[in-house]
Design a binder for this molecule. Sequence first.
Ligand SMILES: [Zn+2]
Length: 222
Amino acid sequence: MWGRSFCPNCKCELKIVDLIPLFSFIILKCKCRYCLQKISYQYFFIELTIGFLFVLAFLQHQIIDLLLLRNLFFILVLVFIFVFDLKYYLILDRVIWPAFFIAMVINLYLGFGIWNLVLGASIGCGFFLVQYLISSGQWIGLGDVKLGALIGVMFGWQLTLLIIAIAYVLGGLTAIILLLSKKKKFGEILPMGTFLALASIIALLWGEQILYYYINILGWQM
Ligand SMILES: [Zn+2]
């Protein structure tokens, strides 16, 4: 997170011109300028995805203000958690806690109620803590417990419930597909943080509409 970016192969420090998202990758023909080692396509796709999500967030919001900047920051954090948990089955404290405090401060400044955030964090954290304790850390890791707290302060309690629901639907569908295609065996662990991060991005972009839609459908049926 800190320090200058460098090539993972030759450790050469990268210059500004090597760090322009997407363009540097294309101009350098996906090779390191210094050692000519191939650069992973992963960087390109992550930059492309973040760019795409930034555009979506802007189109939804239309004006540049603190709420939009907050959402762009959330997207960066969530994409990082998505990729890192997928690759390494890890959710880093040095990402979670700074994000937690920044989200808390911005949301309070934006007028979120403190109890909404506290309740959100308690639900997010509590939901996973119970599973962590029952399973002695077999089903999910402590990282998911902390991520639950982070999601709570990012989104408040209502969207946190929605995010948990979406994450389990996505995780369940993925598990079924992987089991059917015999890529995973039953009981093999899936990175929960990845699904939570994806569900959070969905909630960030369309959460209000999904909640509104649900409340209307339920209200109409009753
Ligand atoms: Zn290099």
